[in-house]
Design a protein around this ligand. Structure first.
Ligand SMILES: [Zn+2]
Length: 314
């Protein structure tokens, strides 16, 4: 499967491969409208060069970029913010109220990632995190809008994956940039008939009820399509939403069933993996079980960690 670095997907939107871990894992988006540009999600600091190269090859001046919009401050979404802002003199950062301070003073964010990954892996995966000047930050409350030369982007507070998460509704495409709220759909698992959508419950702020409420909130807009960070364009989201909710409910059942386990994280990882592989059996991909396992392995581990943190707060 080949993932293009830059792929025009209609409505003035280009999907950009961020280069994190493997092609097809994390995307970001450039939206062009009447000579103005918004960048939604940034990938990591390593992605900055890829985005700048796209602008240059499309004869977009850095001054034309008006907004940089990460859906939340996790590093696969916002790691490139500071590096981009330094190269885009007129851009404003639009960010969730609970995320702003982490972009202005990213020390805590960086320390957290260093603790999880160690110096070498952090540098390899994320590169760096650069602060953004406070006067370049716009905090978007629920239902706030931004105007991209007449194209209105609406921000929706969507807790559940993280409390610092918003989604972005774009009236032109009738689509939502969903960040991690509407789950993951990897290109390798998209068949002729259907995508395979699964939830992401990464640490440390997963909350099932708010997540389901946020998904309902998105669906109440009757969107025709979703732009997933992981990964790409998803048409007709109403067809897949039930399966996503069903999986979130199953995660909670699995978590509660295992809550007294002595090896909580590994038991949860195994149970989530088994559950997901079982579901994948009825989803006709051409991949073998070990290929499927490889593809979901990292997410199952992260999802288990997120569930364990959630249990510890009950
Ligand atoms: Zn993510």
């Amino acid at each position: 499967m080949t993932i293009k670095t830059y792929e025009a997907i209609g409505y003035g939107i280009t999907r950009i491969e961020t280069g994190l871990v493997r092609p097809g894992l994390a995307a970001c988006y450039v939206m062009q409208h009447e000579n103005e540009v918004a960048i939604i999600e940034t990938g990591t600091h390593h992605t900055v060069a890829t985005i700048m190269a796209f602008l240059e090859s499309n004869k977009i001046e850095p001054e034309q970029v008006r907004y940089v919009i990460p859906t939340h401050v996790h590093l696969d979404h916002a790691g490139g913010v500071g590096g981009l802002m330094a190269r885009l003199p007129k851009a404003k950062l639009v960010i969730h109220p609970k995320g702003a301070r982490h972009m202005i003073a990213p020390e805590k964010l960086k320390a957290g990632a260093l603790e999880v990954y160690g110096e070498e892996k952090f540098s390899q995966m994320y590169g760096d995190i650069i602060p953004v000047a406070e006067d370049r930050v716009i905090v978007a409350e629920d239902n706030d809008t931004a105007d991209l030369n007449g194209r209105i982007l609406k921000f929706l507070d969507t807790p559940g994956h993280a409390r610092h998460h918003f989604c972005v509704y774009d009236a032109v495409s009738e689509g939502v940039f969903t960040g991690d709220t509407f789950g993951l759909s990897y290109p390798e698992l998209v068949t002729q008939d259907a995508p395979f959508l699964m939830p992401t419950t990464t640490p440390v702020q997963f909350e099932p009820e708010p997540l389901k409420a946020s998904i309902s909130k998105l669906m109440s807009l009757a969107p025709k399509r979703m732009f997933l960070t992981h990964y790409g364009l998803l048409e007709s989201p109403e067809k897949w939403v039930d399966s996503l909710i069903e999986q979130i409910n199953a995660y909670v059942t699995i978590a509660e069933h295992n809550k007294h386990s002595e090896n909580l994280e590994s038991d949860l990882t195994n149970a989530l993996t088994q559950y997901t592989l079982e579901k994948l059996k009825s989803h006709a991909t051409s991949l073998s079980e070990s290929e499927l396992h490889n593809l979901i392995k990292m997410d199952m581990t992260l999802n288990a960690q997120g569930l364990a943190v959630w249990l510890s707060r009950q």
